[in-house]
Design a protein. Structure first.
Length: 70
């Protein structure tokens, strides 16, 4: 299953790359992409809803001001 989420206040492309790398390492996530230019994140996992809690944690560690519109 693949889902796309809007990001609010993602400040730099480097942070987007760090988020993407961290999310890809999470158990249950098969693929992820974070676009700084589009301010969007796409997560591919067997159960996206189950991994979103960990995804939000990863994003907050990298960019505390960034908000994911669920």
């Amino acid at each position: 299953m693949k889902k796309t989420f809007k990001l609010i206040d993602l400040d730099c492309a480097n942070c987007a790359a760090k988020m993407e790398t961290a999310i890809k390492k999470l158990p249950g996530v098969t693929d992820a992409s974070v676009s700084f230019m589009a301010q969007k994140m796409t997560i591919e996992a067997e159960d996206v809803d189950a991994v979103m809690k960990d995804v939000v944690k990863c994003c907050k560690k990298v960019e505390p001001d960034c908000e994911i519109v669920l």
